[in-house]
Design a protein around this ligand. Structure first.
Ligand code: DOR
Ligand code: ZN
Length: 345
């Protein structure tokens, strides 16, 4: 039985760090274990220009050690200037561009309503090799929230990819067997991130026995068959699936509310949880692919040369239940089972 595992230092290909005191509080939780992270641009107001991304990156650097590299993204709007995107990429300021359909999730009011209006940006990105990261949910009120990802694939994503076939796309935080099958059916210029929490919870965890606001995120967790499909994809060794935690801190006040915010904060215990998920699937030898190899390969970046060791212990690993953020406590994701993999850093 494997008791210790050394892997290239992981990267998080989808992370929310926020700003100000919250940034200072949560960024060290990721930087402790991860070498790089793709930083989401859904601040208020959102990060929409290269200059704003550069300034945000500087603020992140004040909250993290030099060993951590934030990889910045721009928030795509109908007013995004293709030339600014390409210049920011060429200058090494941004790594990717994020597409939020307007109204899909936290701070997405400036997102895209009419996808034809971003066509010129997408064409320029395809030309320059800049990946588009999608929040894959339609926002049509007629569409049931549990169907929004599958409908997005048919109505939005597939048409975008047909119109701009050279575009490199990452389907972020996939939650359905439909998304897994779509990725598997497509060429190499399509990848997908999977979160830690979607590998662990299904919709019953949110709703049975009382509503659990700390399990509510978007896209919302689906039924168990979809969770199983995600575990199979993540542990399959298919290089198109890689870790994007979508760790998204909100204070307890904002979560435990009549209209609670979406987001699970998993930065603190993600790697211990993943080791356990992969161990249970008999796929510990594929953990490094998911956390440390497949992402850099998709992004055409080198793998990290530093390593991280995970060690199995007989007694449960302890981790804080909450992180103090300056604006109130942030609850750390509870997987619902004890964790036995300790991260030696
Ligand atoms: O659960 C989520 N939280 N999903 C998102 O897409 C956004 C995120 C956030 O920023 O809180
Ligand atoms: Zn996110």
């Amino acid at each position: 039985m494997i008791q210790s595992l050394t892997i290239p230092r992981p990267d998080d290909w989808h992370l929310h760090l926020r700003d100000g005191a919250m940034l200072q509080a949560v960024a060290p939780e990721t930087a402790r274990h991860f070498a790089r992270a793709i930083i989401m641009p859904n601040l208020v107001p959102p990060v929409v220009t290269g200059a704003q991304a550069e300034a945000y990156r500087a603020r992140i650097r004040t909250a993290t050690p030099d060993s951590f590299t934030p990889l910045m993204t721009l928030y795509l709007t109908e007013a995004t200037d293709p030339a600014d995107v390409v210049a920011a990429h060429r200058a090494g300021i941004i790594t990717a561009v994020k597409l939020y359909p307007a109204g899909a999730t936290t701070n997405s009011a400036s997102g895209v309503r009419d996808f034809d209006r971003v066509r010129a940006v997408l064409d320029a990105m395809a030309e320059a090799g800049i990946p588009l990261l999608t929040h894959g949910e339609v926002t049509d009120p007629e569409i049931d929230i549990f169907d929004r990802e599958a409908v997005f694939i048919d109505r939005v994503l597939d048409p975008i990819r047909r119109a701009t076939p050279g575009l490199r796309v990452v389907m972020e935080h996939i939650t359905t067997a439909d998304a897994v099958a779509y990725v598997q059916s497509q060429p190499e210029n399509l990848g997908a991130t999977i979160t830690t929490h979607h590998l662990v919870i299904n919709r019953n965890h949110i709703l049975v026995g009382g509503i659990k606001p700390h399990y509510y995120c978007l896209p919302v967790a689906k039924r168990e068959t979809h969770r199983v499909a995600l575990v199979q994809a993540a542990t399959s060794g298919d290089a198109r699936f890689f870790l994007g935690t979508d760790s998204a801190p909100h204070t307890d006040d904002a979560k435990e509310s009549a209209c609670g915010c979406a987001g699970c904060f998993t930065a603190t215990n993600t790697l211990s949880i993943l080791a356990q998920v992969f161990e249970e699937a008999g796929a510990l030898d594929r953990l490094a692919g998911f956390t440390s190899r497949n992402g850099p390969a998709f992004y055409r970046l080198p793998e990290n040369t530093t390593t991280l060791t995970l060690q199995k212990s007989d007694t449960p690993v302890s981790y804080p239940a909450k992180i103090e953020s300056g604006a109130g406590p942030v609850t750390v994701f509870d997987p619902g089972f004890p964790l036995y993999w300790r991260i030696l850093d």
